[in-house]
Design a protein around this ligand. Structure first.
Ligand SMILES: Cc1ncc(C[n+]2csc(CCOP(=O)(O)OP(=O)(O)O)c2C)c(N)n1
Ligand SMILES: [Mg+2]
Length: 364
C-alpha cells in the first residue's frame, strides 16, 4: 500500500510573492527580465482583449462574452510555465491563458463572432474552451493519462471556476488523478462568484484547495492576483507532474471585477464595497508597480506597450471581420466522423431552412 504524506498548510494560507503595492514579500522565482515583461504584456493583452470584445458585443459585432478583468495574473501565471507539448483545457474565463499559448487573436475573435474556426490551431495544444461547467477537468486528466500510458513527457493543465468545484466532473477528475497519479495540474480559479452565487454557497470547506487533501493530492492556495506567486506554484507543480510525481490541485484566489457575462448585471447581487476592496488588489497595477520599482519598466515604455497592444487587437479585429462566416451546417462536420442517416436528414433539413430564409430575406 502506498502512503503519501500530504501537507495541509499549503492549502490553507495563500502563497504570495508580491504584496498589492508591488513589494517583494516572498522568494523571487528564477525568471529572466524578458520573461517578466512578457508576463506583464500578456496580462495587459488579456485585459485589452476582454474590453474590446465587450465593446464589440455592445455594437452587435460579437456574441455574449465573460469579462476577464481582474483575473489576468491567474490566467497568465498558470499558462506561462507550460511547455509546447503540454495540454491546456479551460473554460470561457481563461482566454488570456489561450493567448499565452499562442492562440491567434483573430481566430479567438472569429469564435466570438459566433463561428467555429475552420483551421483550429491544434499546435497550441489547447482544447476548445468549455462552456459546460467543470467538464474540462476530466479532459485534462484523460490527456494526462494518455501521456502517462504512452510514456510522453507531457503534462496537462485543467482550469475551472469555484462554481465548477461543486460539479461531479470536478470531483471525479480529482479522484481519478489521485488514484492513477496522472501528470496533471488541476487549477480552480476562485473568482468569488458563480454568476450570482457566492463562493461560500459552493462548499463548507475552509478553502477549495483543502478539498484536494481528501483526494490525496498535494494542494496549494495561491494569491491569484499575484502573477509571480501563480507562476511559482504552477512551475513547481508542472515539474513534479513531468517527473512522475503525480497530480496537484491549485486554488488561485482572485476576483471577477466585471459582470459574469455581457448578459449579466452584477450590481443586482454584489456589494460595491467588495468590488472596491478588490480593485485595490488589481493584478496588473501590482505587477506594474513591481516592474517600475525594479527599473524594468518606465511610464513611457508602459504607454508604448499599451498602444502597441491596442493596435495589435484592432488589426486582429479587422482580420477576423474579413473572414467569411462559417457555413451554417459545418458543425455537423465536427460532431461525428460519419453521420448517421438521421443526422444526414437533419443536415439537409437545416440547409433547406437556411435557403428558404435567404429567399424570404431577399424578396422582402
Ligand atoms: C453544466 C452546466 N451547468 C450550468 C451552466 C450555466 N452556467 C454558466 S456559467 C455558470 C457559473 C460558473 O461559475 P464558476 O465555475 O465559478 O466560473 P466563473 O464563471 O466564475 O469563471 C453556470 C452555472 C453551464 N454552463 N453548465
Ligand atoms: Mg467563479
Amino acid at each position: 500500500m502506498v502512503t503519501r504524506q500530504i501537507d495541509i498548510d499549503t492549502a490553507m494560507s495563500p502563497h504570495q510573492i508580491l504584496d498589492p503595492e508591488g513589494n517583494l514579500v516572498g522568494n523571487m522565482p528564477d525568471i529572466s527580465a524578458e520573461r517578466l515583461l512578457s508576463l506583464y504584456r500578456h496580462m495587459q493583452l488579456g485585459r485589452a482583449f476582454s474590453n474590446k470584445i465587450i465593446a464589440l458585443q455592445r455594437q452587435g459585432r460579437a456574441t455574449t462574452f465573460g469579462s476577464l478583468a481582474g483575473q489576468e495574473a491567474t490566467a497568465v501565471g498558470l499558462a506561462a510555465p507550460m511547455q509546447t507539448q503540454d495540454w491546456l483545457t479551460t473554460s470561457y474565463r481563461e482566454i488570456a491563458s489561450l493567448i499565452v499559448r499562442g492562440f491567434p487573436l483573430a481566430t479567438l475573435i472569429y469564435a466570438f463572432r459566433g463561428f467555429t474556426p475552420a483551421n483550429y490551431p491544434r499546435e497550441t495544444h489547447c482544447l476548445p474552451f468549455q462552456i459546460v461547467i467543470g467538464t474540462q477537468m476530466l479532459h485534462a486528466v484523460g490527456l494526462a493519462m494518455a501521456a502517462k500510458i504512452s510514456g510522453d513527457p507531457v503534462v496537462a493543465v485543467g482550469v475551472c471556476g469555484d462554481g465548477a468545484s461543486s460539479e461531479g466532473d470536478f470531483n471525479e477528475a480529482l479522484n481519478f488523478a489521485g488514484v492513477f497519479q496522472a501528470p496533471v495540474v488541476l487549477v480552480v480559479q476562485n473568482n468569488g462568484w458563480a454568476i450570482s452565487v457566492p463562493r461560500h454557497k459552493q462548499s463548507a470547506a475552509p478553502t477549495l484547495a483543502a478539498r484536494g487533501i481528501g483526494f490525496g493530492l498535494p494542494s496549494y492556495l495561491v494569491d491569484g492576483n499575484d502573477v509571480l506567486a501563480v507562476y511559482d506554484i504552477m512551475q513547481q507543480a508542472i515539474a513534479r507532474a513531468r517527473s512522475g510525481q503525480g497530480p496537484t490541485l491549485v486554488e488561485a484566489l482572485t476576483y471577477r471585477m466585471g459582470a459574469h457575462t455581457t448578459a449579466d448585471d452584477p450590481t443586482r447581487y454584489r456589494n460595491p464595497d467588495e468590488v472596491e476592496a478588490w480593485r485595490r488588489k488589481d493584478p496588473i497595477t501590482r505587477f506594474q508597480r513591481f516592474l517600475m520599482k525594479r527599473d524594468l519598466l518606465t511610464e513611457e515604455q508602459d504607454r508604448q506597450l499599451i498602444a502597441a497592444i491596442e493596435e495589435q487587437i484592432n488589426e486582429a479585429v479587422r482580420e477576423a471581420e474579413a473572414m467569411p462566416p462559417m457555413a451554417p451546417d459545418s458543425f455537423f462536420d465536427y460532431t461525428a466522423a460519419t453521420l448517421s442517416p438521421r443526422q444526414q436528414a437533419q443536415r439537409a433539413d437545416l440547409l433547406r431552412y437556411v435557403e428558404a430564409k435567404g429567399r424570404e430575406a431577399s424578396s422582402s
